[in-house]
Design a protein around this ligand. Structure first.
Ligand code: SF4
Length: 329
């Protein structure tokens, strides 16, 4: 680990079985970063509580997400993979950081206003402070880099400002300002062909779905809306099935569909069957690894426990410095 370029932190809420959008937008990147960086990947269950009215299913969702991460190739022998609440130091740091965060800054954040719209009956204190908790997640582990899409940039800037406020208030250079590692996150459109893939919209395809489930979801995909009859020429450039082919099919197949679709040489049903086959082939190794982990749930919980122990060593060292800087211990 010492030869690596630096430490990366990323967290994601426990949303259960992951879909293609999660995989292509984040998990693939998590796996790739391990080769160059010391990676700390966290399932942020405390964050999930800010918008949940019941915790039924929370533990199972955490487990399912860990299964997907591990099966996708996150290597616990190289990276730290753990559950946020297993390292309670994060809540202590959250409290200290909250003392240097103006309330107006939190309530002015566009993301807070979005959350109010989404959860009008559950605007709780934790929801207001969640960017502070997010900052605590990053700085507790002294992560120099956070992989984000460009739309996430304001969150990292918030963390950087919080770190500056803390270091200035206590005249100590204790916390590290993280840098963004901007990744090109593809916008994965759901099977409705319109909106970003999301579980809540039920327009998703789970990466752990069976081949038959995957095929059924693909057959439901909306294609070029102007192509009504089999004999109508289509436009692959406006078709989400074609976008998926570009990810899961060979260049020859993509080129062939590009030509044949435009002259009605291929029907949408055959085009989708081809995609289903290629997508299922792509996920064979992932699904085999996932099935193996699924048979050994104790091993998965041990990996998460072990990750928390390793994360806690870093967290406790940071908190020693933080308390000393504040002057409370
Ligand atoms: Fe889309 Fe394929 Fe149908 Fe063309 S043939 S409209 S690319 S599904």
């Amino acid at each position: 680990m010492s030869e690596k370029k630096g430490r990366v932190f990323s967290g994601a809420r426990p949303t259960g079985r992951q879909h293609l959008g999660n995989y292509l937008g984040a998990i693939q990147n998590y796996v790739a970063l391990q080769d160059e960086y010391e990676c700390v990947y966290c399932i942020v269950d405390i964050h999930a509580l800010t918008t949940m009215e019941t915790t039924v299913g929370l533990r199972q969702n955490t487990f399912e997400m860990a299964l997907d991460w591990l099966a996708a190739g996150i290597r616990p022998e190289d990276s730290i993979i753990f559950i946020q609440s297993y390292v309670p130091e994060v809540t202590e740091l959250h409290t200290y950081l909250s003392m240097v965060t103006p309330l107006g800054k939190l309530t002015d954040l566009p993301t807070f206003k979005d959350k109010i719209r989404q959860h009008p009956n559950n605007v709780n204190y934790g929801l207001v402070g969640y960017p502070v908790l997010m900052s605590a997640d990053i700085v507790l582990y002294k992560a120099g880099l956070v992989p984000v899409g460009v739309d996430q940039a304001p969150h990292i800037e918030f963390t950087r400002e919080t770190v500056r406020s803390f270091n200035y208030r206590y005249q100590a250079d204790v916390l590290i300002e993280p840098q963004m590692k901007v990744t090109q996150v593809p916008k994965v459109i759901g099977i409705d062909g319109q909106q970003k893939m999301s579980k809540s919209l039920d327009n998703h395809i789970e990466i752990a779905a069976t081949p038959e489930e995957t095929r059924k979801r693909i057959m439901m995909m909306v294609t070029d809306p102007q192509r009504i009859r089999r004999t109508d020429p289509g436009d692959p450039d406006v078709c989400n099935v074609f976008s998926m082919h570009k990810i899961f099919s060979s260049k020859e197949e993509v080129d062939q569909i590009d030509v044949e679709c435009r002259r009605a040489g291929i029907g949408c049903v055959d085009c989708k069957k081809m995609l289903a086959k290629n997508m299922n082939d792509y996920f064979v190794p992932f699904r085999e690894r996932r099935a193996d982990f699924e048979k050994k749930p104790d091993q998965v919980w041990e990996i998460l426990d072990d990750g928390a122990k390793r994360a806690r060593v870093i967290a406790q060292a940071t908190m020693e410095e933080v308390r000393a800087a504040i002057g409370i211990r």
